[in-house]
Design a protein around this ligand. Structure first.
Ligand code: SF4
Ligand code: SF4
Length: 374
């Protein structure tokens, strides 16, 4: 059953316990679908350089156990992510993942190249890591953490790391302060990538103001696994006493007509007094300036009056009615515009281009390498 969620109590990162447990779960759910020579990409949470005791990143021994199982089955294994802060090499070193994997025939490579995929409304397309998209099998290894913008960062949110490099803050600006829109984008990314298996590290989890160093590590002793990442996320919400409608990602999935139902294998215990974060906006900087920042920093759709025939196609398509015709010209309301760039695509004459703003160019340089969020 696709939406079966395994819940296991694991009290420490004891490799003698983790290795057979993880192999057993993977064998049960994936055993028949791994063939010799296939490329398996493992996507842990590698947000930023941090040691395991900070509970920011997937524990190195979970990554190792997954890698060893896949190697045993004959797969080629690559560990990959696109850290929001710090170099990939530094994250591997400080997290202990580099040394935990030493001696194993695995490749460790940062996501660098992107490929464009169609996502549907409102943005219609997004660029995701080519490695993640083209893997024969994607294994998703999130950490159980709070998230001061999206409440929790679990399986679906972990896949935002497949948006390469500086594109992450760009997406935060495009979705702006609209949490629902960002959650929908995350679900669309999940649907595009569809990991074969998700194993969530909640042994040492994070509560409070996650997902970075402001969060507080908390021992929960939990390991969850499923082929259905949404089901897994919904099961964690159930354990933490969060209704699926209160968790933006699950809520977005339900509004998109997806199921967040799950079948449990194991015991679902309620976790008392788990400290959820005070949630804040999706873009950094003072809140009153967020609208202004999006209006001025993200590339704008700009019509070329010489080419435009005022056919009105872009106006009909714009999901937020940000375009109108006045005095025989198109007028764009950049405060309303959500930068979905649909108008560029639908214009039959190619009359609209996206143009970088000057402040946008300057800020892009500053935000390069700034922590986004995973
Ligand atoms: S103006 Fe263009 S980019 Fe802006 S919201 Fe409308 S269709 Fe999307
Ligand atoms: S779709 Fe293109 S040609 Fe038609 S009104 Fe919009 S910009 Fe002008």
């Amino acid at each position: 059953m696709e939406n079966r969620v395994y819940v296991r109590k694991v009290f420490s990162y004891d490799y003698a316990v983790l290795r057979p447990l993880i192999s057993g779960l993977m064998e049960r759910e994936l055993g028949g679908s791994i063939s010799k020579g296939m490329l398996a990409v493992i996507k842990p949470n590698l947000l930023a350089p941090a040691p395991p005791e900070k509970a920011m990143l997937t524990h190195p021994l979970i990554v190792r156990a997954v890698a060893e199982y896949l190697i045993e089955k004959g797969a080629r294994v690559r560990i990959a992510d696109s850290p929001a802060l710090g170099s990939f090499e530094k994250v591997l070193k400080e997290s202990g993942i580099g040394s935990a994997l030493s001696g194993l025939p695995v490749e460790m490579a940062e996501f660098r190249e992107s490929a464009q995929i169609q996502t549907g409304e409102p943005f219609r397309k997004i660029e995701l890591s080519r490695d993640a998209l083209e893997a024969d099998m994607l294994i998703n290894l999130p950490k159980l953490k709070t998230h001061s913008q999206m409440l929790l960062t679990l399986g679906v949110k972990n896949l935002f790391g497949c948006v390469v490099g500086v594109r992450k803050p760009e997406w935060h600006f495009r979705t702006g302060v609209d949490r629902e829109m960002f959650a929908k984008l995350l679900v669309q990314i999940y649907l595009a990538l569809k990991p074969a298996f998700t194993i969530l590290d909640g042994i040492l989890a994070m509560e409070g103001q996650g997902p970075g160093k402001s969060g507080t590590p908390r021992e929960l002793g939990l390991l969850l696994a499923s082929r259905d990442t949404l089901a897994l996320d919904a099961a964690v919400c159930g354990m933490l006493g969060v209704g699926p409608a209160d968790m933006p990602v699950c809520n977005a999935a339900m509004r998109m007509g997806l199921s967040t139902g799950y079948e449990l294998d194991g015991t679902m215990e309620k976790i008392p007094d788990f400290k959820l974060p005070r949630t804040s906006g999706l873009v950094f900087g003072p809140r009153p300036l967020h609208g202004l920042m999006r209006a001025h920093l993200v590339q704008r759709p700009v019509p070329d009056e010489d080419i435009c025939r005022l056919c009105g196609e872009c106006m009909r398509y714009c999901p937020v009615q940000a375009i109108e015709k006045r005095e025989k010209k198109l007028r764009f309301d950049y405060n309303k515009c959500i930068r979905c760039y649909c108008c560029l695509e639908v214009c039959p004459y190619g009359a609209i281009k996206s143009k970088e703003t000057l402040p946008g160019k300057l800020v892009r340089r500053i935000v390069k390498g700034r922590p986004s969020s995973k």
